[in-house]
Design a protein around this ligand. Structure first.
Ligand SMILES: Cc1cc2nc3c(=O)[nH]c(=O)nc-3n(C[C@H](O)[C@H](O)[C@H](O)COP(=O)(O)O)c2cc1C
Length: 339
């Protein structure tokens, strides 16, 4: 099985919700939430894609970066590449019935490990989604991260305990899910978090705590002051609020403000290996990949997920060679073409 075959199968199965476009730019699927697209007219998802493509990187070929080391240590866990699978839930209503939620979770948790990395499991309106994610993590000795919706703190803490029990590497909250009406309509209210509420969550666990959905220096600092171990600079794939900026536009300022005091992860629009080079050059320590993994799972199950990740990994390796980076530290802002 190759990636083209995987995508062809996924395109057939996802007919009507995802076209697996040559350019996954958020145009065909605009407004398709539920679905695979971006909210509203889809301009935020489109911006994720276009702003990342506007970044241009210098090619270099006269150097000694022959066997780049792309290993990345994430909170004590060594990964083959600075790439993890983004938390994604609600496949039953978002992916047009093309895959069952439990099967998707199984594919990403195991497919990521087979590629030398890990997945983040998510939480959704159906409380079973999180439970199934935890069950999948249990089977792999907790090798993954649990991202919980911004429910009431007492509800989050219950779910943090579940993650602790299976030995998850870290826990977190996608605070940008604060306005999700679909959660409320399913009897699972969510809302924003004050610094004090965030501190309570951080102090409720010995596990590293991550906040997903930061787009400003101001909020990155609040997270840092609350004691979080890492942030994910993200707009949720353009699905929660149309009209925001993309991670690419704010990442460098955020990294400058927080330095190495927190892990800085970023996502939105990663479709090829050079996108990882770009995100790292702009200041990320690591990236998350979202939609391409769904196609992998729908089209080829666990093998399809591994193929998707392996392809990105190989392209990233090639990108390091052709930009002269011997290791991840050598990927920096000087690589970005200023025009
Ligand atoms: C169908 C779908 C469902 C998602 N569900 C969640 C979720 O439950 N929790 C979460 O934190 N993010 C969720 N996200 C956002 C992703 O974690 C990630 O931020 C985004 O997909 C990255 O952009 P990309 O798809 O362009 O790579 C979802 C995204 C999609 C497309």
């Amino acid at each position: 099985m190759n990636l083209k075959e995987v995508k062809d199968i996924a395109r057939k199965k996802m007919k009507g919700v995802c076209n697996i476009c040559r350019e996954c730019d958020g145009v065909w699927c605009r407004g398709m939430v539920p679905g695979m697209g971006g909210a509203g007219d889809g301009s935020t998802m489109q911006r994720n894609y276009s702003k990342l493509r506007e970044i241009r990187i210098m090619m270099k070929t006269l150097h000694n970066a022959k066997n780049p080391n792309m290993k990345y240590e994430f909170l004590g866990k060594m990964l083959e590449t600075p790439m993890m699978i983004a938390p994604i839930t609600g496949l039953d209503y978002n992916a047009g019935g093309s895959i069952k939620e439990e099967d998707y979770i199984d594919d990403i948790v195991n497919g990521s490990l087979e590629c030398g990395t890990i997945a983040m499991i998510g939480d959704g309106g159906n409380p079973d989604f999180y439970k199934w994610g935890i069950e999948a993590l249990k089977k792999v000795d907790g090798n993954g991260v649990a991202i919980i919706k911004p429910r009431e703190n007492s509800e989050i803490i219950k779910r943090i305990k579940m993650a602790e029990e299976v030995g998850a590497l870290a826990v977190g909250v996608d605070t940008d899910g604060a306005g999700l009406l679909v959660m409320a309509s399913m009897g699972q209210p969510v809302g924003p978090k004050s610094k004090e509420e965030l501190k309570e969550l951080v102090n409720s666990t010995k596990l590293p705590f991550i906040v997903k959905g930061i787009l400003s220096v101001e909020e990155a600092k609040i997270a840092m002051e609350a004691g979080v171990a890492g942030i994910i600079v993200s707009n949720h794939g353009g699905r929660v609020l149309n009209g925001t900026i993309s991670a690419v536009e704010t990442l460098t300022e955020i990294k400058k403000a927080v330095g190495d005091k927190m892990v800085v992860i970023a996502d939105g629009g990663v479709r090829e290996g050079m996108d990882i080079v770009k995100f790292l050059a702009l200041g990320a320590n690591c990236i998350l990949v979202g939609r391409p993994v769904i196609w992998g799972s729908v089209g080829g199950r666990r093998e399809g997920v591994k193929l998707t990740l392996d392809t990105l990994k190989n392209q990233f390796y090639q990108g390091m060679i052709l930009t002269g980076a011997k290791n991840l530290e050598e990927i920096n802002i000087d690589m970005v073409f200023k025009g």
